[in-house]
Design a protein around this ligand. Structure first.
Ligand SMILES: [Zn+2]
Length: 302
């Protein structure tokens, strides 16, 4: 972790992200890097336009809804080549990314029909920044209506939980319904080892948990798509021209041209490859904007 790089990276990321569109950078932020750092997202920040909050980016969808990328990890994230088992030396060389492949831990906020809908909940107590970035966007956790889950790995569900004043695990989103795939739920509840966190989270939300099947049409125009492989019930979601791809890719620069390459996190190698190829082709055929939980900032790919 390059923690000392955080402020600089935050500034650079903000400018890199927004430098090429017509977003106005407030005059005070133009002068020095330090003034930008002082205005970094904080719990007390006033509601701001989405495009002025570092680590976020908002895109309008064809149906008029909007989706905001929210970077959950604190600073720069590079996934090492060693995470991808079956890469030839020549391919590694041609990639020319000796430091690692740019990635992120990301969540996405869909705002549709007056509702706030999250896709995955991020790292939570394990370094997650989503809640503070939501606050900087003017959104309180109690105003999240739905959380859709792509799968049950820790970096996607730990953010559903927070400690209360007494140190007891409690819901981070008190008013949210949780939507999870039945295949994923059954796998984690029944036979995947080391599932303490998954069981605790599902128990917490037992009264507001909805289990879906692939192909189900879910609230606010969301369609659940089989993306099995990374986990037993790994799910992609389509809404309008947006395709949430979950953990289909952990090294976009490598896997966009080589969908046959898995990361070591992919539990079923064959199915992961099949899903990656099929879903990337589906996105291409239908001109969908992909949003991925480990795509490099700003979390979207055409
Ligand atoms: Zn993940």
């Amino acid at each position: 972790m390059k923690k000392h790089l955080l402020p600089l990276f935050t500034v650079m990321a903000a400018f890199a992200m927004f430098g090429c569109n017509n977003t106005k950078v407030p005059a005070t932020e133009k002068k020095t890097g330090e003034s930008v750092v002082e205005t970094a997202p904080a719990e007390t920040a006033a509601p701001a336009d989405a495009q002025e909050v570092a680590g976020t980016k908002t895109v309008k969808l064809s149906n008029g809804a909007s989706v905001t990328w929210i970077q959950d990890n604190e600073s720069e994230k590079l996934n090492p080549i060693s995470l991808f088992g079956d890469v030839s030396d020549s391919l590694v060389e041609s990639l020319n990314m000796p430091e690692g492949i740019p990635a992120s831990v990301s969540t996405f906020l869909l705002q549709a029909d007056g509702k706030n809908i999250l896709f995955d909940a991020g790292l939570g107590a394990f370094g997650g920044k989503m809640l503070s970035r939501l606050a900087a966007l003017g959104i309180n956790a109690d105003n999240i209506d739905i959380v859709y889950l792509t799968h049950f790995h820790v970096d996607h569900i730990a953010g559903l939980v927070e400690k209360d004043a007494a140190g007891i695990d409690t819901k981070a989103f008190k008013n949210a319904s949780i939507y999870a795939g039945k295949v994923e739920y059954d796998a984690w509840m029944e036979h995947i080892p080391k599932n303490d966190l998954q069981k605790m989270v599902m128990e917490l939300y037992r009264d507001s948990l909805h289990l879906f099947a692939f192909g189900d049409s879910l609230p606010h125009g969301v369609l659940a798509i089989d993306a099995i492989g990374h986990t037993p019930g790994h799910t992609a979601f389509q809404v309008s021209n947006l395709l949430i791809i979950g953990d289909l890719m952990h090294g976009y620069a490598l896997q966009k041209d080589h969908p046959e390459i898995n990361s070591n996190y992919d539990m079923d190698k064959e199915k992961s490859i099949e899903s990656r190829k099929r879903i990337m082709q589906y996105a291409k055929d239908n001109k969908l904007l992909m949003a991925g939980m480990h795509l490099p900032p700003p979390g979207f790919a055409e």
